[in-house]
Design a protein around this ligand. Structure first.
Ligand code: SF4
Length: 366
């Protein structure tokens, strides 16, 4: 259980009376707790990022979200964006992927959990009341992992029922963790999608530390389908390494054998990408990682990416294999340029039409 990795809890003074904070503290009775006034006091400036990031993975911060929970997905200018919306229920997670972009983003030496879930639910109601006809594709896995600490937090048990009968809202619970038994009795629910990030079994132990095996992720997906949920998969980031073709082809075959294609809402593909300063941090934290070894170029969005020709080749091959193994799933590219779409998929949607394609896959026509 990932919660066993937690060695220390920081409790914001203002968070201590929330039911979620009390629940988490009760479930980790042996973990020392330090009460702090405010997380702003946990200043990391001037400290060695690589050193405090490692400690952050075993420290839990129970805090109050003072801003909105609901945010636009941080899409990228000039790249086609799918109109996703993010519920920021926390920041960081207890797994430790070499490529995790949060390493360059977090500024608190902990895994933050926002415990004021009552405010989140209120915010959801207010947004829905304001715009009941709009389609919302919402996810909780953009700034962390939606299942990794769920047995402690109990968040999904509160969120899933809110989406029942909520005409045009979809919740995507995105993870690299397989523990969802406590949520299966909440199905069937066609508006909730359990999604797993996938990479070949060869990649997971070295690049996705503490994450579940490919086999357990696929087994969890089959359990979700059996309980009446839809599922999705994200091959993101796709990582190049010698032998990638065979490894990704076999992974796609395993996916096709594990999950019925009609239960898959969508599958996204995205090549490895990150801001340049992350490269040094990856080398420092994970000297054996394969990901900093491959040549990358600075793309117009300021991120390092594989050469366009390699990205096109990887996406086109994946499309070929996925079309065979999961013929009914909708495939899309995450944050890619129009030229790459054209060359790999043979067409170029704009953001609006990509959103409509994804919405149409899960919602009945009006
Ligand atoms: S599971 Fe996601 S949030 Fe957690 S370390 Fe890996 S990439 Fe980062």
């Amino acid at each position: 259980m990932l919660a066993n990795r937690i060695r220390r809890i920081l409790l914001e003074e203002g968070a201590r009376d929330y039911p979620m904070a009390r629940r988490i503290l009760a479930r980790l009775p042996a973990v020392p707790v330090e009460v702090i006034q405010d997380r702003e006091a946990l200043n990391t400036s001037g400290r060695d990022r690589a050193a405090w990031l490692a400690l952050a993975k075993t420290t839990l911060l129970l805090a109050v979200q003072k801003g909105p929970f609901w945010r636009d997905c941080p899409g990228t200018k000039d790249y086609i964006c799918c109109g996703y919306q993010v519920l920021q229920v926390g920041l960081n997670c207890p797994m430790d992927c070499t490529y995790c972009v949060l390493q360059g983003y977090v500024n608190v030496p902990a895994i933050t959990v926002f415990v004021n879930v009552e405010d989140l639910l209120e915010e959801l109601e207010a947004r829905w009341t304001e715009n009941p006809a709009l389609v919302w594709r919402l996810g909780t896995g953009e700034f962390g992992d939606s299942l990794a600490l769920d047995s402690l937090m109990g968040l999904n048990e509160l969120l899933i029922p809110r989406f029942t009968g909520r005409g045009r809202a979809i919740l995507e619970i995105k993870s690299k963790w397989p523990q969802l038994e406590h949520l299966l009795s909440l199905g069937p629910n066609r508006q909730v999608i359990f999604a797993w990030s996938l990479n070949p079994a060869e990649i997971i132990p070295g690049e996705e530390k503490f994450a579940a095996s490919l086999e357990s992720r696929l087994k969890a997906a089959a359990q979700a389908v059996a309980a009446g949920f839809r599922v999705a998969f994200h091959f993101d980031p796709m990582i190049y390494f010698p032998g990638w073709e065979e490894a990704y082809r076999r992974t796609v075959e395993r996916l096709g054998a594990a999950v019925p294609s009609q239960a898959i809402a969508w599958i996204s593909l995205g090549g490895l990408r990150f801001l340049p300063p992350l490269r040094q941090l990856i080398l420092q934290r994970f000297p054996k990682s394969r990901i900093a070894a491959q040549e990358m170029v600075l793309a117009p969005d300021g991120k390092l990416r594989y050469f366009k020709s390699l990205r096109v080749e990887m996406y086109a091959r994946m499309r070929e294999w996925l079309t065979q193994a999961t013929p009914e799933a909708l495939l899309y590219l995450c944050m890619e340029s129009p030229r790459v779409w054209q060359e790999a998929f043979g067409f170029t949607p704009d953001g609006e039409s990509l959103s409509r394609l994804l919405d149409g896959r899960v919602l009945p026509p009006r």
